[in-house]
Ligand binder design. Structure first.
Ligand code: AMP
Length: 281
């Protein structure tokens, strides 16, 4: 496995890779969720490139950026064991040199959900993803359903800017108790960690109602809110039941939806979601 830190080195290595090339962008502190994206890419491509870059421009809070966990040597070991071909670990100055002045903005679908609560977040994501796509030039790129809105935004970006890249989505990898794996989970205290599965349980309660035939958006959303309200240590930022493509909030009888939430436990902001798929017939 080759580890490179500059764009020039990456481009030289990229030119030698067999096609098709799969790409997994990450912010590091890797867990089994990231490794599932890597596994899919290894399975479906002749070579796999992984990037590790804690992108400062997608953080709306300085304290969150500073507290973001990092362990690049461990990440590199895990990626080597997995069989990755190239790891790209640029410094901030390599990605954003003095004079950097361009922002990629995807409009509309970035005004809601995460975008509404984290100003500038998706400008940071769209800009860094565009740069990484231009640098790595993959045939396929892998994103987790964990960041459901990010997947919708990246697919729009790729279509609008004509990146010749196929976007593949990987389902959420969870702990045994249902908590979605996240690099931020390590920041929870033992008590916080113990109540964190409530987020999944709340979504799952509505999913069960969906499976039983409940189709009223307000009822489904309420089921999530009521379950979360039972746990005083959880501060809910939003609970949403939105159209899976436009991300606009739904009401009345629905055919399909994306149920998602963001909540604070202690000083850690966690997100989770469950898709409510259309009935088969
Ligand atoms: P991050 O390092 O948090 O930016 O995540 C890098 C990629 O891994 C993103 O596409 C995430 O959606 C994905 N990811 C993070 N956590 C999970 C998870 N629990 N299951 C599946 N994918 C995940």
């Amino acid at each position: 496995m080759q580890v490179c830190r500059t764009i020039e080195e990456l481009r030289a290595l990229r030119a030698q890779l067999p096609a098709p090339v799969g790409f997994v962008p990450t912010m590091g502190y890797l867990h089994a969720g990231h490794l599932e994206l890597v596994r899919r890419s290894l399975l479906e491509n002749a070579a796999t490139v992984v990037s590790i870059f804690v992108n400062p421009t997608q953080f709306d809070r300085k304290d969150d950026l500073e507290a973001y966990p990092r362990d690049v040597p461990r990440d590199i070991r895990l990626l080597e064991e997995a069989g990755v071909d190239v790891v790209f670990v640029p410094e901030v100055e390599e990605m954003y040199p003095n004079g950097f002045a361009t922002t990629v903005h995807v409009s509309g679908m970035t005004d809601v959900l995460e975008g509404a609560h984290r100003p500038g977040h998706f400008d940071g994501v769209a800009t860094v993803v565009s740069k990484l796509f231009n640098i790595v030039q993959p045939d396929r790129a892998y994103f987790g359903q964990k960041d459901a809105q990010q997947v919708v935004v990246v697919k729009r970006l790729v279509a609008d800017l004509n990146f010749p890249i196929e976007i593949r989505t990987v389902p959420i990898v969870r702990e045994h108790d249902g908590l979605a794996l996240s690099s931020r989970n390590v920041r929870l205290s033992p008590h916080g960690r113990a109540i964190a599965p409530t987020l999944y349980q709340a979504l799952h309660a509505a999913e069960e109602a969906w499976v039983q035939g409940e189709r009223r958006a307000e009822v489904l959303r309420n089921l999530v809110e009521e379950r979360l309200a039972q746990e005083p240590a959880i501060r809910v930022e939003y609970v949403s039941l939105a159209d899976p493509e436009t991300l606009q909030e739904l009401s009345g009888e629905i055919e399909a939806g994306l149920l998602s939430l963001a909540a604070w436990i202690e000083n850690v902001r966690l997100i989770d979601n469950i898709p409510l798929p259309p009935s088969k017939e």
